[in-house]
Write a protein that binds this ligand. Structure first.
Ligand SMILES: Cc1cc2nc3c(=O)[nH]c(=O)nc-3n(C[C@H](O)[C@H](O)[C@H](O)COP(=O)(O)OP(=O)(O)OC[C@H]3O[C@@H](n4cnc5c(N)ncnc54)[C@H](O)[C@@H]3O)c2cc1C
Length: 175
């Protein structure tokens, strides 16, 4: 049986203990009906919608700031039940964190609510064939292309949710 005695450590409060128990009960009840490892894309879509409907994506896509203890507990608990559930949860956070942390109001209003309620799938495009651990080697460039658009030149690789995401946060050099 899993040992959850760490939840009594001083940096966890009652809200963290409740969160872990609630996510655990939700995962136990809901995930078996959502997960089909023969259909990874469909499973991701179903899990993201269900996580959003249950309110858990509020931890990954907060309206103000992230509580990293809650994030860790959600991830650990979901991963215990199914790796794909943790993956789907984590990607909603990774694919929105730059907007949550640095976006202006318009950008936040446009992208965050749908990622939070599970209607939109997020992706995070940083890695390139020659820029993995060595992020400073990033080579993709971004240049203005008319009043409302930019042009991206380069290649990305390993992008989780690639092909099924509704938006991509793309890292590129502007100068
Ligand atoms: C399943 C999966 C999903 C992914 N999803 C995404 C995604 O959504 N978005 C995204 O942008 N990227 C994604 N990635 C890419 C991931 O972030 C990169 O694989 C990672 O950054 C490592 O880069 P690399 O594969 O080029 O390995 P490398 O950087 O080439 O590293 C190879 C090995 O060398 C070691 N190493 C590297 N530098 C040093 C050093 N200076 N000193 C000592 N050892 C070193 C590393 O630890 C590693 O063992 C994903 C990768 C995987 C496997």
């Amino acid at each position: 049986m899993a040992d959850h005695s760490f939840l009594s450590w001083p940096f966890f409060g009652p809200e963290h203990r409740h969160l872990r128990a609630d996510v655990d009960a939700w995962a136990e009840a809901e995930l078996p009906g959502l997960v089909d490892h023969g259909d990874v894309d469909g499973t991701c879509r179903r899990i993201v919608r269900a996580l959003g409907a249950a309110g858990w994506l509020t931890e990954a896509v907060p309206s103000d700031s992230h509580d990293v203890r809650s994030l860790c507990l959600c991830r650990e608990t979901l991963a215990y039940h199914d790796g794909l559930a943790d993956f789907a949860f984590a990607m909603q956070g990774l694919g929105t964190a730059p907007i949550t942390l640095f976006g202006d109001d318009a950008l936040r209003k446009r992208y965050l609510p749908h990622a939070r309620d599970g209607a939109a799938i997020a992706a995070f495009a940083l890695s390139e064939p020659e820029a993995g651990s060595d992020v400073a080697a990033l080579a993709m460039t971004v240049t203005p292309d008319g009043p409302d658009h930019v042009r991206l030149d380069g290649e990305k690789t390993w992008i989780s949710n690639g092909g099924i995401a509704d938006h991509y946060v793309v890292f590129a050099r502007s100068g």
